[in-house]
Design a protein around this ligand. Structure first.
Ligand code: AMP
Ligand code: MG
Length: 302
């Protein structure tokens, strides 16, 4: 399907945190479903069709990334519980060549991991050139869950004596410098915050409790974290404000409608790879001559 690039660009920019702007999450509607122009049902049909389309665009774009081998793509997903990280990753991955993509999910760090500086464990999972690396949670946990629970810093045995605003500002600076380093060296970065509302999270938690097949997805700890909703919002607002840079900006994706979230993510990713203007590598002349010779030899075979 031919795409209206200006329209898409405008749509994508609507969810991008412009570097230098202060994020207030209340200005972003988690339930956004296409705006007033479209009734929700129509918006859903359009989004579903575009998802199919974008997943196929993404697959083509990935093939180029893989063949070209000059760039890597790091895709970061951050969200509160039940926002749909896993489902979105699953949907976006359909159609991708599994050889060209890796997914890393980060849980509570191990003793070995926590004994290194805070970017160490993530560095080991970065995608190599040609690959898409998806981070299901990331080093941003170090300024999100860890900011909400500063007691998690104790085992890091840091030289800092106080965990005040300066401490967190320095972590943001380190992250920005790290991402700048990655981009300068050919790793493109796309960052998604899947933005769910408190009401929708409650609905999904209840569904997880009421549906036996979904019970495994719920843990009592999720409810404890829900009680810290405002603290998490503040940590997200600060982090999104401080780390949306021209090299690696954030997208705040409305997550209450899964179909909208998935369509937006796939579309933004496909556009990102296409913007790199990669080309299938062309063989040098002598290599082409070797191909021609090989063809002749094959055709001569009896
Ligand atoms: P889930 O993704 O639901 O399986 O949960 C993973 C858990 O690991 C979440 O509660 C995260 O907050 C936690 N987690 C991930 N990274 C870190 C980190 N760097 N420090 C502390 N907790 C973390
Ligand atoms: Mg969880």
């Amino acid at each position: 399907m031919a795409k209206d690039h200006d329209r898409l660009d405008k749509l994508h920019r609507r969810f991008e945190v412009k570097p230098g702007t202060k994020v207030k999450l209340k200005n972003f509607d988690p339930g956004w479903a296409g705006g007033d122009e479209l009734p929700k049902k129509v918006a859903r049909t359009v989004a579903d069709a575009e998802l199919t389309d974008d997943v196929s665009d993404l697959a083509k774009a990935q093939e180029l990334l893989y063949a070209d081998r000059s760039r890597a793509l790091l895709v970061i997903f951050q969200a509160l519980d039940a926002a749909g990280k896993d489902g979105t990753i699953k949907h976006v991955m359909t159609g991708l060549n599994p050889q060209g993509v890796s997914v890393s999910s980060f849980k509570v760090p191990s003793v070995e991991e926590i004994s290194h500086t805070f970017l160490w464990r993530y560095t080991q999972h970065l995608p190599e050139r040609g690959m898409i690396g998806i981070f299901n949670r990331s080093y941003y946990e170090e300024v999100l869950v860890v900011r909400v629970h500063p007691e998690y810093l104790a085992p890091q045995k840091l030289p800092a004596k106080k965990f005040d605003d300066t401490f967190w500002r320095e972590r943001y600076e380190d992250i920005n410098a790290y991402e700048r380093h990655l981009v300068r060296n050919g790793t493109e970065i796309v960052k998604f915050f899947l933005h769910i509302s408190k009401e929708e999270q409650k609905k999904r938690f209840l569904e997880r409790i009421d549906t036996p097949e979904k019970n495994w997805k719920f843990s009592a700890a999720d409810l404890k974290e829900r009680k810290l909703w405002d603290d998490y919002e503040r940590a997200f607002e600060d982090a999104l404000t401080a780390t949306s840079t021209k090299e690696a900006s954030w997208h705040i994706i409305p997550a209450d409608n899964k179909w909208m979230m998935r369509a937006l993510v796939a579309s933004i990713l496909a556009a990102k790879i296409q913007s790199l203007k990669l080309k299938h590598p062309e063989l040098p002349k002598d290599e082409k001559a070797k191909l021609a010779a090989a063809k002749e030899e094959l055709l001569r075979e009896k």
